[in-house]
Write a protein that binds this ligand. Sequence first.
Ligand SMILES: NC(=O)c1ccc[n+]([C@@H]2O[C@H](COP(=O)([O-])OP(=O)(O)OC[C@H]3O[C@@H](n4cnc5c(N)ncnc54)[C@H](OP(=O)(O)O)[C@@H]3O)[C@@H](O)[C@H]2O)c1
Length: 376
Amino acid sequence: MKYRKFGHLDIQTSILGFGAMRLPTIGHEETNIDRAQAIAMIHYAFDHGVNYIDTAYGYHGGQSEVLVGEALQGGYRQKTYLATKLPVWLAQHSQDFDRLLHEQLERLKTDWIDFYLLHALTRERWYQVRDLGVLEWAEKKIAQGVIRSLGFSFHDHLPAFKEIVDAYHWDFCQIQYNYMDQDYQAGKEGLLYAAPKMAVIVMEPLRGGRLTNPPDPVREILAQAPAPRSYTEWGLLWVWNHKEVTLLLSGMSSLAQVKENIAIAAKAEVGMLTQTELELIERVKEAYLKIKAIDCTECRYCTPCPQGVDIPRNFALYNEGVRYNFNFEAPRWAYHHEMPPEERAENCIQCGTCEEKCPQNLPIMELLRKAKEVLQ
Ligand SMILES: NC(=O)c1ccc[n+]([C@@H]2O[C@H](COP(=O)([O-])OP(=O)(O)OC[C@H]3O[C@@H](n4cnc5c(N)ncnc54)[C@H](OP(=O)(O)O)[C@@H]3O)[C@@H](O)[C@H]2O)c1
């Protein structure tokens, strides 16, 4: 295993962190973790040099923290950096911080959390917990040794990211980053902005697994690589290629994946991908982006919709599902959690105002019906 210095802290963490969000389950039931298999996977990772594990209050309906607590028994707790997250959306009053942390310590069977994150910050959520005094509370917990360092994970736009980065002397942040998301959320600009100030942890390096099963046009491009690599290897090495990345989290869901990702980590070096390989990945990105069912150019001539529907955004989500082998899980999540209700396709009343304005002559009303079917 390889290690990198953790931002301004005087510690080294493994470049591969174990993400405990996609543990194997029995019968496709999220809360029913296959304990024996999950513990075997985590122990294999720890025994092969992984020293960082990431969980959260909500993963597997609360059972991920319980499982991780179990896996850390038998001497592993002392050797491992444990990260978990405050579910900021459940904190309505300042007393909630203590209540939630206490519950987490019990689940995790530990007296301290090495890396505590404010989970999935958006600007709005940040203002809410900031105004409830979360930083003052966390500083008290740090002084008591219950929390060792403080960071945040992030799911909003770049300006909000920069604002949160600048609002406090954080030890670390966690951002979604992979070769398809260079301009999404914090993106590359966010990575470069935060890295001089704190450790940066990358989540979703394989876009939740979507990059491991690419469509044919992408396969054809990667087949032209000077040295063959697996699809997983391309995804992970591309992230580790950045000197600004401290570690990446992989949500491994089988022992085979743990073994493969540890083997890939052994090869990883900053700047190891050649110019030819980086250009190949850019071509891969272009090929992915060309795959779309709706040829919307996002010119926004169709807006404003009298009902407030954000037509290009609904089409972008539809195209995203098509792009990743008709997997609509992530677009559906974004539809329900990131879009204000009035902007969703389901609010279209089929008045047709938009169709008169679309320079591409798209049958917008019919396409919104289709988008609604898969996204709702
Ligand atoms: N703080 C936040 O807001 C937040 C949000 C998202 C994630 N996270 C954290 O970040 C971690 C990483 O994110 P992620 O789980 O989305 O990471 P990811 O690496 O992008 O996706 C994980 C998925 O990739 C596939 N995969 C991994 N290794 C593979 C291999 N060797 N071969 C084939 N497929 C492979 C698996 O998919 P299959 O299961 O389909 O095989 C696995 O479930 C999470 O586990 C979680 O701890 C945090």
